[in-house]
Design a protein around this ligand. Structure first.
Ligand code: UGA
Ligand code: MN
Length: 244
């Protein structure tokens, strides 16, 4: 059964290197369908070209962040319009298998993908964080779920990272109203709550009862876009056209 990977992305100097890294991980995985969704009105040609070169099954879609959130000062709901577009695609095109929200800048162990294929309803597993908390994870004691460990609980029912859960397509299709809210910090919690009714104890805990880290929430240093650095974005074919 297919594994749908929903990846939000947006144009910036780091975009092509991030997607190169991530695509080379996915190229090691069987039966994946990569939904790459850009926060843009027009799909970036260089991204489409990169996707074509991977040989992976993919769809390259666009879903711009609504203007009212873009204008907002402070924390923005990043990747939400993209992920909701991915869910819409799944509702229209998929009948079985599993989907997973995989941001373009994280780091994934290829063993993760065989784990999440096991998902019958909703599964959860640890995510490594490069912070002093080190980890976001369900806590399993003597084989039983006892709670969540996360550096930022903030009143959430499901204090988990975006990279810390997977959902079966059939389970989603039975919940036509499930959606991700445009609410910075509460995207995961809001989406998981929208999949109700289900309780934390019904979750399928993977990665050897949540004892293994197979996904890391890594972040690449942001770089200022500049004319020569844009070569990275435009790709090797434009290099020769650049007059330096
Ligand atoms: C954390 C969470 O892991 C994200 O899932 C969440 O959306 C985000 O915070 C948030 O709440 O704002 P973080 O690493 O801080 O992630 O955020 P980014 O990696 O910058 O963005 C998450 C995803 O959205 C990435 O795949 C990124 O490419 C995409 N994104 C980011 C956009 O599509 N548009 C943007 O303007 C920014
Ligand atoms: Mn990130």
């Amino acid at each position: 059964e297919p594994l749908y990977i929903i990846t939000p992305t947006y144009r910036r100097p780091e975009q092509i290197p991030e997607l190169t890294r991530m695509s080379h991980t996915l190229m090691l995985v069987k039966n994946v369908h990569w939904l790459v969704i850009e926060d843009a009105t027009v799909a970036t040609k260089q991204v489409t070209r990169l996707l074509e070169r991977t040989g992976l099954k993919f769809d390259h879609l666009t879903a711009p962040m609504p203007e009212k959130y873009k204008q907002k000062k402070g924390a923005k709901p990043r990747g939400v319009s993209n992920r909701n577009r991915g869910l819409q695609w799944i509702r229209a095109n998929a009948t079985n298998g599993v989907f997973y929200f995989a941001d373009d800048d994280n780091t994934y162990d290829i063993a993760l993908f065989d784990e999440i294929r096991k998902t019958k309803t909703i599964s959860m597993f640890p995510v490594g964080l490069c912070t002093k908390f080190g980890l976001s994870s369900p806590v399993i004691k003597n084989g039983k779920f006892v709670g969540f460990y996360d550096g930022w609980i903030a009143g959430r029912k499901f204090p988990v990272d975006m990279a810390g859960f997977a959902v079966s397509v059939r389970f989603l299709l039975q919940r036509p109203n499930a959606t991700m809210p445009f609410k910075a910090g509460y995207e995961e919690d809001g989406f998981l709550k929208s999949l109700a009714p289900f309780e934390p104890k019904e979750i399928e805990f993977l990665a050897d009862n949540c004892t293994k880290v197979l996904a890391w929430h890594t972040q690449t240093k942001k770089n200022e876009p500049s004319a020569p650095l844009d070569m990275k974005l435009y790709g090797e074919t434009n290099l020769v056209k650049l007059k330096l």
